[in-house]
Design a protein around this ligand. Structure first.
Ligand SMILES: *Cc1c(COP(=O)(O)O)cnc(C)c1O
Length: 426
């Protein structure tokens, strides 16, 4: 059977497939580069597992207090080896990226301390954690002062203003690697390293924390390789490899991670407790698969950028730019384009492909939001997914794909929906 006929059975017409095939053929070198990074990172993960003598005993479930949970402790040692940190906290009871970031911040900040974001406004959900938006239980309520230095108009760091904002009360600097759902560029690990060096030169004792969400295994080095004291992320994004059903991590300097652990559990208890309830195997196996899964997601993002750029839409990053996270933004300029795109992503999913996503008024947002997610794990954004607020400039943010082939089908299906709606001509 020819490959065209299986695509046809899925609802992809010949002209859409031909268009996609042409674009894909031009991406050979890009894809080879992505594969080489995946190979490097795969070896890094295997080496870490071997060095820590991972064994099937580590997959056993623990319950209750979880004292001497060998699987949990070894998994944390593996994360520390992969990220080249002193230690790590990798837990199912860090229930999301936001929670992990909140624990890292509140564990390491004390009343009267200042928190500085030298890279502009952080991710939306952190506004309430910090108290940028009034919120019960925020760091602001505990007397932590927040300062922010915006990026310069070209997306680079405003070093002069950062220097002025640092003072004797600055205890922690938070740097977000990924643009998230913003329009600024994502920072490379080297750019983050330069920023940390600049800050540490002025104030050596400040804690530099990096929100590493969506960045893991995109490059060969991580922010912890260039001076970050803590890196933080979600296991239902890159490092969970699609298999982790929940979880987050904080990796870094022992004193920082200990303080975070006292906040996660209780002072005096810290990392010593917390049963892993049988989730360890999926954490290990997900981490093992993560470099390959991330490479598939990256190919999907690069493919989407090139497909939509060729059709005249504005895309961030553009088709040729180097990648530092797995998110792709595409601006359609009208609600119909955004909706058709998301409906295509949904229609290509292995789960819930038969439902049609519609914009709705989600709590906390100032415009209706449409989301496409046919995921095995609820809200997992290492799986192929797309979100868009229905407001100008009508941009959609798309990421993930557990395999390159699925990401490709998603993009082809989005093209098909746009074509069927008369919104593009091929
Ligand atoms: C996803 C994300 C978060 C929050 O993670 P959740 O798991 O959705 O809570 C924080 N920062 C960035 C940059 C993210 O992409």
């Amino acid at each position: 059977m020819e490959i065209d006929s299986i695509y046809e059975e899925l609802g992809i017409s010949r002209n859409v497939l031909d268009f996609g095939t042409k674009v894909e053929a031009e991406l050979k070198t890009r894809f080879e580069e992505i594969d080489k990074n995946a190979e490097f990172n795969q070896m890094k993960v295997i080496k870490a597992m071997q060095d820590n003598r991972v064994s099937d005993i580590h997959f056993a479930a623990t319950t209750g207090y979880g004292y001497n949970d060998l699987g949990r402790d070894t998994l944390e040692a593996v994360y520390a080896s992969v990220f080249h940190t002193e230690t790590a906290l990798v837990r199912p009871n860090l229930i999301s990226g936001t929670h992990a970031l909140s624990v890292a911040l509140s564990g390491n900040l004390r009343p009267g301390d200042e928190l500085l974001s030298p890279a502009g406004k952080p991710y939306d959900t952190l506004e309430e954690v910090i108290g940028i938006r009034e919120s019960v239980g925020s760091l602001k309520e505990y007397g932590v002062v927040y300062r922010q230095v915006d990026l310069l108009s070209d997306g680079t760091f405003d070093y002069d203003s950062i220097k002025k904002a640092l003072n004797e009360k600055t205890r922690l600097v938070t740097i977000q690697r990924s643009k998230g759902y913003d329009t600024r560029p994502t920072f490379s690990v080297n750019q983050i390293g330069e920023l940390i060096a600049f800050i540490k030169n002025l104030k050596p004792d400040v804690i530099c924390m990096v929100d590493n969400c969506y960045g893991e295994f995109v490059e060969r080095i991580e922010p912890s390789d260039v001076g970050a004291d803590m890196i933080v992320g979600s296991l239902i994004k890159n490092p969970g490899g699609g298999l982790a059903p929940i979880g987050g991590y904080i990796a870094g300097r022992t004193d920082c991670i200990d303080r975070a652990s006292y906040r996660l559990t209780a002072p005096g208890l810290g990392k010593e407790v917390g049963a892993s309830l049988g989730l360890n195997q999926s954490f290990y196996q997900g981490l093992f698969l993560s470099p390959t899964v991330v490479s598939g997601a990256l190919k999907g993002a690069v493919f989407a950028a090139n497909v939509y750029e060729r059709l005249g839409f504005s895309v961030v990053p553009d088709g040729n730019q180097s990648r530092h996270d797995i998110i792709q933004a595409i601006t359609f300029g009208n609600p119909e384009g955004v909706i058709a795109f998301c409906q295509g992503i949904q229609a290509a999913a292995p789960v819930d492909s038969f439902v049609t996503p519609e914009p709705w008024d989600m709590p906390g947002y100032d415009a209706p939001v449409i989301m496409a997610a046919g995921a095995f794990v609820q809200g997992s954004s290492i799986e192929l997914s797309a979100d868009a607020p229905i407001k100008p400039p009508y941009a959609v943010y798309f990421q993930g794909g557990l395999t390159w082939y699925h990401a490709k089908l998603g993009i082809l299906m989005s093209l098909q929906k746009l074509l069927d709606a008369g919104l593009i001509v091929l």
